[in-house]
Design a protein around this ligand. Structure first.
Ligand SMILES: *Cc1c(COP(=O)(O)O)cnc(C)c1O
Length: 407
């Protein structure tokens, strides 16, 4: 199956009634005909569902589809993207361990990594995530390399294959937050990443109607159970130890499960991911090309000719698609606010990946907890505006931005 076919037919569940969408099993618990049967379900010795925090047919349908689409062995869905990032890391980290991360991370992830220092887990930030810089940063305490594929909103792009080779050689898992890239642009597991996380609240859902996250394990990493003692209990599962511990331990105990209703909304959303990404990326590119010609603003978009990441985009991403986020600098915070306020179609909102165009001033919102050094390392300036392109007619978007820039 090719990509768009897989979005509709890959891992689709059969419920016996021929429903074309997975039904919403809005039930907290599932009863069984005997105590013996429930015992078996609890021990994973019989298929079945017991309790929705642990598993649910609608949630499982979403997870199965994501696993198939990303090419992983297991997908575990979460209540939010932040829960997915947290669980993906905490599944293998303990006090004294260190994470290597790109400095251009999503503001919420920066805040989370700061929270983890209270538990003895520290993060070393890299200004660029290249094979060489990563290689030099690794210490005996390093237990994970975590980075966003296309930084939000820094818009730096990681060469996944090159970084994965170093990670593999040094025995450290590469965990990629692929939210802004999506499997329509790249499947990180296929080019060597070990674990992928998504805020599926964004492009996977696609309509901005449900918060959720997902972790996908490629099942190919050779875990050293002395180096990762948290997984030792699951050593008999070998390369699947990460996925098994996640599902049977950390993830279910933290309780950040996805609701069946939101899993259902994601199952609808994901079917049009390919179509939406084509349109969103095209609109972002055309808007960026227009903004490049406007006086008074400077634009950043990895798909523009002359952008330092353009050759990598062409090599690494499907059809050279560069994502649907672009940023512009207006010269000052006051000008940025005036421009934002003058837009007619772009909604002022803290989200990305919606079908409608959204704008935000990151410094005063998603980075309001970050200090000055963190902001500049994340490419967040006082005059920066982030645009999440929507599927509107491009001529309307261009006219709208033109009049706002004049204002
Ligand atoms: C939004 C986002 C998150 C957090 O996801 P939520 O669903 O809002 O919890 C993490 N990483 C990236 C890149 C994001 O854009």
């Amino acid at each position: 199956m090719r990509f768009n076919t897989k979005l509709l037919h890959g891992g689709f569940p059969q419920d016996g009634f021929g429903s074309t969408l997975p039904p919403i099993y809005q039930s907290s618990a599932f009863f069984h005909e005997s105590a013996e049967k429930l015992e078996k379900v609890f021990d994973n010795k019989a298929p079945g569902f017991a309790y929705t925090r642990i598993s649910n047919p609608t949630v499982a349908a979403f997870e199965k589809r994501i696993a198939v689409i990303e090419g992983g062995v297991e997908a575990v869905s979460c209540a939010s993207g932040m829960a997915a990032v947290s669980m993906a890391l905490l599944n293998i980290m303990q006090s004294g361990d260190e994470i290597i991360a790109g400095s251009g991370l999503f503001g919420g992830t920066l805040d989370l990594l700061a929270d983890l220092t209270a538990f003895g887990i520290t993060t070393k930030y890299l200004h660029e995530v290249t094979a060489q810089v990563v290689s030099e940063a690794i210490t005996p305490h390093t237990k994970a390399i975590f980075t966003e594929l296309i930084g939000n909103p820094k818009l730096d792009v990681v060469d996944v294959r090159a970084v994965a080779e170093i990670a593999e050689a040094r025995g450290i898992p590469l965990i990629i937050d692929s939210t802004t890239a999506t499997p329509a642009l790249i499947k990180p597991l296929a080019v060597g990443a070990h674990i992928v996380v998504h805020s599926s609240s964004k492009y996977i859902n696609g309509s901005g109607d449900a918060i959720s996250g997902v972790i996908v394990d490629g099942g190919k990493f050779n875990w050293d159970f002395e180096k990762f003692p948290a997984l030792a209990k699951y050593a008999k599962f070998g390369k699947l130890a990460y996925a098994v511990r996640l599902r049977q331990d950390i993830w279910r105990n933290f309780g950040a499960c996805l609701s069946p209703q939101n899993a259902y909304l994601n199952c609808i959303g994901i079917e049009t991911l390919g179509l939406r990404m084509e349109r969103l990326c095209q609109n972002a590119l055309e808007l960026a090309r227009f903004l490049e010609t406007e006086e008074g603003v400077t634009v950043n978009y990895p798909g523009l000719g002359g952008n330092p990441y353009k050759p990598l985009i062409d090599r690494q991403m499907q059809n050279g698609m560069s994502g649907a986020i672009l940023t512009l600098r207006a010269g000052s915070k006051a000008k940025a606010f005036t421009l934002i306020n003058a837009l007619k179609y772009a909604k002022i909102a803290t989200n990305i990946g919606d079908v409608r165009t959204l704008v935000i001033h990151p410094a005063s919102t998603i980075y309001n907890h970050a200090d000055e050094a963190q902001r500049s390392a994340a490419g967040v300036y006082d005059d920066l505006i982030r645009v999440s392109a929507g599927i509107e007619d491009i001529d309307d978007l261009i006219e709208d931005f033109a009049q706002a820039i004049k204002t």
